[in-house]
Design a protein around this ligand. Structure first.
Ligand SMILES: [Zn+2]
Length: 248
């Protein structure tokens, strides 16, 4: 989970008939939020991912749902309030169900910084505050098939890619060439891109990256050899902002 910035408002929420849509929902239960602009606004807010588990939402198996953070039946006045909507995969949406976030709060990724409340140990996400513990429980964050295993895979990709990058670095240092330098630079940039907020499971990938001794070694050597770029540094800093604390 990463912090999301709700710094825009889709056109749909500027309509004058929002109040009548709310009344329509109260009267008939009609899914008044079913509108392409609502869906695309939610997707943009979450960088195309579930606001909770960070799975990419375009994939068929994780289809995209508009999540009412405050349950729509308990809090019908917020059924079409932009502030109350988040993009969610069906697994997170299904786990959360009608949980009452007002009486029993969980992390709202638009309000709280997830790394203040969560940590990772062995690819399992745990709470380090009451809010974190409640979030992990309500969202079933360590469910094996849809949460834990995909998270392990994302982390393994980063670890294995760093191992390959270390091999590329050693080849370059042994016998420098422009070709070897470019392969190394492209490899590192690709790894850093996987740890940006637009990538799936970015909090996990960024945590693995910044906890890796291979990565520290590669970065130090690239800086020493003047092949670490400003762009790489920017990606490095961005990843640092979204990583979760890691307790081994
Ligand atoms: Zn999810």
């Amino acid at each position: 989970m990463i912090k999301l910035e709700r710094d825009f408002t889709p056109e749909f929420f500027l309509r004058e008939d929002l109040k009548s849509l709310t009344i329509e929902f109260k009267d008939s239960g009609k899914a008044v939020w079913h509108h392409p602009e609502v869906k695309s606004g939610c997707l943009k807010l979450g960088h195309g991912k579930c606001a909770f588990c960070e799975v990419i939402l375009e994939e068929a198996s994780t289809y995209n749902e508009v999540e009412h953070f405050k349950d729509k039946k308990k809090y019908p006045d917020d059924v079409i309030s932009w502030e109350n909507l988040l993009p969610s995969c069906r697994h997170c949406n299904g786990s959360k169900q009608s949980h009452d976030v007002v009486n029993s709060p969980i992390i709202n990724p638009c309000h709280e910084i997830p790394s203040d409340h969560l940590f990772i140990r062995g690819y399992r996400i745990r709470g380090k505050t009451d809010l974190g513990v409640q979030t992990v429980e309500v969202l079933n964050f360590n469910q094996r098939e849809h949460k834990f295993i995909p998270r392990c895979k994302a982390g393994d990709v980063i670890e294995s890619s760093l191992d390959d990058a270390l091999y590329r670095l050693e080849s370059y240092l042994k016998e420098p060439s422009v070709r070897r330098k470019n392969i190394l630079k492209n490899k590192i940039e690709a790894i850093l891109e996987e740890c940006q907020k637009t990538a799936s499971f970015s909090a996990v990938s960024a945590t693995v990256l910044h906890g890796s001794s291979d990565y520290i070694q590669i970065r130090e050597a690239m800086i020493a050899n003047d092949i670490w770029t400003d762009h790489m540094q920017k990606l490095h800093d961005n990843a640092l902002l979204i990583r979760l604390p890691e307790i081994r």
